[in-house]
Design a protein around this ligand. Structure first.
Ligand code: ZN
Length: 374
C-alpha cells in the first residue's frame, strides 16, 4: 500500500474483488436472505455496483449505474447485467437491514490482512475527521429571519474542525468519522460515524474495544492532544495498549507535576517500564541517592512510554497515518462529498467505501507482500 494512493480502476480489479472468498461469502449470505431485489438483479451485480462506486470514486448511485451501463467490461465483471438506479437504492436499504453481514465481511477482510502481516494493527492511531452533510445547515431561514425548524438532514449537527495546513479551522455542519488506523499500513481497523457535535474523546475507548473485538491487540495507541485526559490514558492501559498522547498544558503540568523526578544530582532518567505493575522506573543520574531508583505509577503525567523518549516521538509520528488515510478515503475513494442524508445512510456509505479500500489492499497483498510505510 505504500505509494498506492489511487484506487485501481479496472474491470478486472472489480471482478477480482467479487471473486474473493471474503466478498464472495457476503454475496452468498445475502442470497441466503432470499432477497434478490426487484426486478431480480443478481446479488453479485448489486455488490459489484456498490464496490464500483468507491473504486471509481463516484459520489452517486446514478452516475455509478450510468458508468457500469456504458462499459461492457464492467458489466461483465458484475455478471453481465446492470441494475437500475432504483434497484441500487433498494439494495442500499437492504444492506442497512443486513448490516451484520456487512460487518462480518469487513471482519473477514481484516482477518486475512492480519494473517498476511502480523504487525498489522500493532500500533494504532486514533482521530476523527469531518464529513460535511449533504444538507443546508443554515440556522436561519433568511438573514435575520426565523430560526430553521427542519433541517434537510436531521441527524447532522454543527461541529468544529481544527485547522489543517492551509485550511482554516471552524464550524461545519454534518458528521465526523472516528477511526483507529494501523500506523504501519495506514489501513483502518475500526471506525464509526457520529453526528459532528459529539466530541472525539468520547469514542476513543469504543474504537479500541472495536479493534480488539476484530482481533487487534494494539501495543500502542497514538492520539492528538485533544485526547489527553486521565480517562483515555487509563482506558488505553486497561486494554494493555500504551497511550502516546502529547501533554496538554493543564494547571498540574504548569506546576511541573509532569516533570521527571529530580534530586540534588540532577534530573532522573527513565530506566524502563513494567506494564504488569503499570509503573515506570526512574533512576538518580549519578546513583548516589539511596535508593537509586524508584517506581512511578503510570498516569497521564507519567505514561509508560515517557514523552521524552525517542520511542514516544517515533510512535507519535505514526499518528500521521490517520490523517493521510482520511485524506485518501475522502479524495480518492469518494468518501466525500456525501450524497446521502441520515446517519444510517452515511454509516453505510462509509462502511462500503472503507470495505472497498481494504479489499483492494488485500487483493494486492495476495499478489505481493504488504509494503510497510515506515
Ligand atoms: Zn540523586
Amino acid at each position: 500500500m505504500a505509494g498506492q494512493t489511487v484506487p485501481p480502476r479496472s474491470a478486472s480489479a472489480l471482478a477480482g474483488l467479487l471473486d474473493s472468498p471474503e466478498i464472495g461469502r457476503l454475496i452468498a449470505e445475502l442470497e441466503a436472505t432470499r432477497w434478490t431485489g426487484r426486478p431480480g438483479y443478481p446479488l453479485r451485480a448489486m455488490v459489484g455496483v456498490a464496490l464500483a462506486k468507491s473504486l471509481y470514486s463516484i459520489p452517486t448511485w446514478t452516475r455509478t449505474v450510468a458508468l457500469v451501463r456504458e462499459h461492457d467490461a464492467l458489466r461483465e465483471a458484475i455478471g453481465g447485467e446492470c441494475p437500475s438506479v432504483y434497484a441500487a437504492y433498494r439494495f442500499a436499504t437492504k444492506l442497512r437491514t443486513y448490516s451484520d453481514l456487512l460487518d462480518a465481511c469487513i471482519a473477514r477482510v481484516l482477518d486475512r490482512l492480519r494473517a498476511e502481516r502480523p504487525e498489522f494493527g500493532r500500533d494504532l492511531a486514533i482521530d476523527a475527521s469531518d464529513l460535511p452533510a449533504y444538507a443546508n445547515g443554515q440556522r436561519y431561514l433568511s438573514k435575520g429571519g426565523r430560526e430553521r425548524e427542519r433541517f434537510s438532514d436531521p441527524d447532522a449537527s454543527w461541529g468544529h474542525r481544527s485547522a489543517v495546513s492551509t485550511r482554516k479551522g471552524g464550524g461545519f455542519y454534518g458528521y465526523k468519522v472516528h477511526a483507529a488506523v494501523c500506523a504501519r499500513t495506514d489501513l483502518l481497523v475500526a471506525w464509526r460515524v457520529e453526528t459532528a457535535r459529539a466530541h472525539e474523546s468520547s469514542f476513543a475507548t469504543g474504537l479500541l474495544d472495536a479493534a480488539k473485538d476484530r482481533g487487534f491487540a494494539a501495543e500502542t495507541t497514538a492520539l492528538d492532544m485533544g485526547y489527553d485526559t486521565e480517562a483515555i490514558h487509563a482506558a488505553c492501559e486497561a486494554r494493555d495498549s500504551r497511550p502516546i498522547i502529547p501533554l496538554k498544558q493543564t494547571p498540574g503540568v504548569k506546576a511541573g507535576k509532569a516533570n521527571p523526578p529530580s534530586c540534588e544530582h540532577g534530573t532522573w532518567t527513565f530506566a524502563g517500564a513494567d506494564p504488569s505493575r503499570v509503573a515506570s522506573k526512574w533512576r538518580c543520574p549519578t546513583g548516589e541517592c539511596k535508593p537509586g531508583s524508584r517506581w512511578i505509577k503510570a498516569d497521564r503525567l507519567h505514561p509508560l512510554v515517557p514523552r521524552e523518549t525517542k520511542r514516544w516521538k517515533s510512535l507519535y509520528r505514526g499518528r500521521g497515518s490517520v490523517e493521510r488515510e482520511f485524506g485518501r478515503l475522502k479524495h480518492e475513494w469518494a468518501l466525500l462529498p456525501l450524497r446521502v442524508r441520515g446517519i444510517e445512510r452515511v454509516r453505510l456509505h462509509a462502511d462500503l467505501t472503507i470495505l472497498a479500500k481494504l479489499a483492494c489492499a488485500l487483493a494486492r497483498a495476495d499478489r505481493l507482500p504488504l509494503a510497510i510505510t515506515v
